[in-house]
Design a protein around this ligand. Structure first.
Ligand SMILES: [Zn+2]
Length: 338
């Protein structure tokens, strides 16, 4: 089979790779219905995370179970399943506490931009949908594999409650789906921080009540203005830079919560500022598996439509164009169909 392989900065190739097979009895192999390019794929693509050897890519996936290992009991061939980028047993103490991305047996799933995918710990990792979905539902189900689950975790970690005032830092797919999450959790006011007209429009469609175009200190000042000088109850940090993290912390009211899901790149926090801010910080790689059953239910019943973040659909063999379009910010998120 052929799949995506990253060789170095902006050198993404679609080429022959080994066809995945069952290695352990707890594995499953799934036939990918759709996969996509993640904002975090752009870190190695741009050379910010060095690529030392040809690296298969892709960690967002959904599809039909092709084969299940002999020890797999909860899913079976023919079912449509969704899993997270962290395979997890879903039974260890960390999984039981709802942190499947810190599973004691966690394994990264990183070869999904391909027609077939081996998923370890299939029983703990994969969740089946009620039935095989119609084609038009697939983008929204695929989004649950990472971006929707991550946006949801940002809102959950930021303690969004009915009536909350929420600010979202970052207008990529995760930030936009953070808006969806905050809306679904009952936020009364959702301030999206975005400079891009098409993303502002989608943010509004998803439930944003206010748009702030300023960044950094000016962005913080605007949030304060909009919240009687206090700051937001909950702030979702969905970027991962020093500026975005400080923007999030300083936009939060004393006693408020920051949920941070942007992978930090050279972010340093000052102890003294944190001490006097009275802000709760919680984040990390999203335990998407915790949220999958609820999110599948919401998407299946049309209560959320996270598939709207895909503004480019390509055949899988044009995966390199998907990377280029996202790198050049011509697309929010590229969906790939084998
Ligand atoms: Zn576990």
């Amino acid at each position: 089979m052929r799949g995506a392989v990253l060789y170095g900065p902006r050198d993404l190739r679609f080429e022959e790779r080994d066809t995945p097979t069952i290695i352990k009895p707890t594995d499953a192999v799934i036939r990918i219905s759709a996969t996509c390019v993640c904002g975090s794929d752009l870190w190695p693509y741009r050379g910010i995370n060095p690529v030392t050897q040809p690296t298969p890519m892709g960690h967002e996936y959904c599809g039909i179970v092709e084969e299940a290992g002999s020890a797999v009991t909860s899913i079976k061939p023919g079912q449509f399943v969704i899993g997270s980028f962290f395979a997890s047993d879903n039974t260890c103490p960390n999984c039981q506490a709802g942190y499947q991305s810190s599973c004691q047996h966690a394994e990264l799933v990183v070869t999904a931009q391909a027609p077939l995918l081996r998923v370890p710990l299939a029983d703990g990792t994969l969740v089946a949908t009620p039935d095989v979905p119609s084609d038009d539902m697939i983008p929204s189900l695929l989004a649950l594999s990472d971006v929707m689950g991550t946006g949801w975790f940002a809102a959950d970690a930021a303690n969004v409650k009915p009536g909350s005032t929420v600010a979202v830092v970052g207008d990529g797919a995760v930030g936009l789906l953070g808006v969806v999450s905050a809306k679904q959790m009952g936020a009364a006011r959702i301030i999206a921080m975005s400079r891009h007209e098409s993303r502002q429009k989608l943010a509004r469609e998803f439930g944003a009540t206010d748009i702030v175009t300023e960044r950094g200190d000016e962005g913080v000042a605007r949030i304060k203005e909009l919240t009687d000088g206090i700051g937001a109850d909950s702030v979702l940090e969905c970027v991962g830079t020093q500026e975005s993290m400080m923007q999030a912390i300083r936009s939060t009211r004393p006693g408020g919560f920051v949920g941070y899901v942007g992978v930090p790149h050279e972010v340093e926090l000052g102890g003294e500022e944190l001490f006097y801010s009275h802000v709760h910080l919680h984040g990390g790689p999203a335990p998407v598996r915790r949220f999958l059953p609820e999110l599948i239910d919401l998407a299946w019943n049309g209560k959320i439509n996270p598939g709207k973040v895909f503004d480019l659909t390509l055949p899988l063999d044009q995966v390199a164009e998907g990377y280029r379009a996202m790198d050049e910010r011509r697309a929010i998120k590229a969906l790939l169909r084998p």
